[in-house]
Design a protein around this ligand. Sequence first.
Ligand code: 2M8
Ligand code: MG
Ligand code: MG
Length: 267
Amino acid sequence: IIIFTDLDGSLLNHDDYSFEGARPSLDRLREARIPLIFVTSKTRSEVERLQDAMRIREPFIVENGGGIFFPGNYRGFSFSGECLKDGDFVVLALGVPYDRIRGVFVTMKSRFKITGYGDLSPEEVAWLTGLSTAEARRAKVREFSEPFLLESVEDLPALEGLVKQKGMKIVRGGRFYHLIGAGQDKGAAVRGVRDIYRRNDGGGHIAIGIGDSENDLPLLQTVDIPVLIPHAERGFLDVSLPGLVKARESGCRGWNEAMRRILDELF
Ligand code: 2M8
Ligand code: MG
Ligand code: MG
């Protein structure tokens, strides 16, 4: 079994970012040595911090599939040539570098009323998200994506048309839209991680995927057991998938309960 989970609104509460309510299932996964892989809009810097807080050392996927990070010498795995060593990690970059993303964003700013993380101070990001200023600073260290707010949703189709011409696309997370490379999404990155596992441990595995927002759809579509958490403000995403498991509440408590149900059934 491998578990791929979204963070904000799924393993973490939408409003206070707590994961306390998920402790029982988190402990169970740790005891069983089941890999828990974060698949998030968050940055490398944010994920490193969270993994420390949860005492987790597993691979992770950042910025909507922009990059796959494996801890160096993870379970004795070996990696193909496209994976690059970067400090303590082996990194597979799937997305477009931030300076190019931001470049396109800046040209769009002259035509649409949009505000990106690059335009905001850490204090402003903290105010918009409920993160602490220190956390907001980590959220601003982008490598593959620009989260932004759009003043009027009617602009979205025109904006999407424009970024498409630049080889990019827009996905929607819990609070923000995200400008990312056209070829990246959470699903493609999950497939990349599953390939690395298959090449290294020789066998197959069951993949469980958990999410709450539109940008989690490709993740849910690519796993064996999709799990939908209701968004704290928008409720369940409108999606029907074979075998879809629906959590009974939003955030970490819903995550905990759905995970308990699935693990009880598998073991
Ligand atoms: C942003 O991501 C969330 C994910 O759903 C969103 O779109 O609302 C990112 O900027 C991330 O880095 C940040 O931690 C998060 C805070 O809510 O917002
Ligand atoms: Mg989410
Ligand atoms: Mg997310």
